[in-house]
Design a protein around this ligand. Structure first.
Ligand code: NGS
Length: 431
């Protein structure tokens, strides 16, 4: 074996011809290296161009036609959709015809004859296919029309959905029976907004409204939580005159309204009213507040809500783990509803439509949005600035009160008054 010192001596002894070859090699090698570098740069440029192309064409809401692969299926994903206001209620819906005579069917009676009142809820856990088999009269996509008369009401039921298959099956199993007894011309739409970190109930409802309106001339819409099962078939899912709060008495809430202005759970609105309030806000990510925001919209447009008696408007709530975190921005958003409702809602809604699947029991719609789009984004800095400003005002008020007060008793009573006021204020803010 040669030692390292020997190698060094050998190198030192290299002849001049050897040195020239070495020099040549050194010269050729940089040439090759340069070539390799050039190729590498070209590849990099090509890659950069490809990336640029991808980001521009894949950036939101530009082109409508491209195909990418989602979960093994080719999907039309850049089908960007927005809400376009449409006429209300009468546009070219043909009257259903009697199959034997070919004549238009008479209108269904005002009060459906087959109602039974309190219904027995079936809480058994079925597979979807089992429930599907029990509804042979349904058209694909969860659509139904009475066969012996023309329904007086064309209703879309919109269910915001995420990860609640069991609940969905139970709701379908129990709800279709009631809707059919009520002789409605209806469709059920289950709407999922993919890839959002937080569930956005109101945004899903806006998308459901838009998608259902594209398909059929629905006159009114029932916005329906997936975990609420109606207990009485006299709780009509028909078109209300004004906005109707339907889930008045819920078992989990001891069959009592938590507060008088609540407008969540299950609510019904005409298409016209929903369009007039600009739909729901799109900005409520996470649990809470979006229904209170809708109540404010109704107030702003002088629409009063109605309710059936709690004996009729009763629901069972299916149990589940809390799967959506509380929205910490909800009070901020609610404080600004009166300024923002005209620009935040149906008219700012932009989403990508991934797919529409027609199942026997419902139509499933999968969409997604860009959360950084101004329609969905809430300026955090403004929230912080506003709460700092409020703290400053509170602090100044307290200091002013303290400097006015001349004895501790007065001070004590003032601060306790202040506390009581704050409690009341907080309670008001909840609403
Ligand atoms: C209020 C929420 C509403 C919610 C209601 C009932 O506090 O969104 O509770 O909730 N408003 C705010 O948080 C601002 S429930 O008891 O059904 O879970 O609908």
């Amino acid at each position: 074996m040669m030692s390292s010192s020997n190698v060094m001596i050998d190198a030192g002894k290299k002849s001049s011809s050897q040195r020239t070859r070495l020099h040549k090699d050194m010269f050729i090698f940089p040439c090759r290296l340069r070539l390799i570098l050039r190729i590498f740069v070209i590849i990099q440029i090509a890659f950069a161009i490809m990336c640029l192309y991808k980001t521009t064409t894949f950036s939101f809401y530009e082109n409508d036609k491209s195909i990418i692969n989602t979960s093994g299926h080719n999907e039309k994903v850049r089908n960007v959709r927005q809400f376009t206001p449409t006429g209300i209620g009468t546009t070219g819906t043909p009257l259903p015809l009697d199959r034997t005579t070919g004549t238009p069917l008479p209108l269904c009676p005002e009060v459906p004859p087959g109602l039974i009142g309190k219904v027995k809820i079936d809480f058994a856990n079925y597979e979807m296919v089992q429930v599907e088999k029990t509804y042979p009269s349904l058209q694909n996509g969860g659509r139904y029309k009475p066969t012996k008369c023309t329904s007086r009401h064309r209703v879309a039921i919109i269910i915001p959905y995420r990860n609640r298959k069991g609940h969905l099956i139970q709701l379908m199993n129990n709800l279709h029976k009631i809707l059919q007894r009520q002789q409605l011309d209806y469709g059920i739409y289950v709407v999922e907004v993919a890839a959002l970190s937080e569930f956005n109930r109101a945004l899903s409802l806006n998308i459901g409204f838009t998608e259902a309106s594209r398909e059929y001339d629905y006159q009114c819409f029932i916005f329906h939580d997936v975990d609420l099962i109606p207990e009485n078939d006299q709780n009509m899912y028909s078109c209300p005159k004004g906005p109707r709060h339907m889930s008045v008495a819920v078992d989990k809430l001891k069959y009592k309204l938590p507060y008088s202005t609540i407008f969540g759970g299950v609510v019904a609105m005409t298409k016209e009213d929903f369009q007039n309030v600009n739909g729901f806000s799109n900005k409520f990510f996470g649990w809470g507040g979006e229904d209170d925001d809708m109540f404010k919209r109704l107030n702003n447009t002088h629409l009063n809500i109605t309710r059936y008696k709690s004996k009729i408007a009763r629901y069972r709530m299916l149990s589940h783990k809390k799967d959506s975190s509380v929205n910490n921005e909800r009070f901020y958003l609610l404080r600004h509803t009166n300024d923002t409702w005209r620009t935040d809602g149906l008219n700012s809604l932009t989403y990508r439509h991934f797919k529409t699947e027609r199942h026997r029991l419902f139509t499933y719609i999968l969409a997604d949005i860009d959360p950084s789009h101004p329609a969905y984004y809430t300026d955090r800095l403004k929230i912080v600035q506003e709460s700092l400003q409020k703290m400053r005002e509170d602090f100044n008020k307290t200091r002013a009160m303290e400097s006015k007060g001349d004895n501790s008793t007065r001070l004590n009573s003032t601060s306790s008054e202040h506390l009581t006021k704050d409690k009341k204020h907080n309670k008001k803010q909840r609403i």
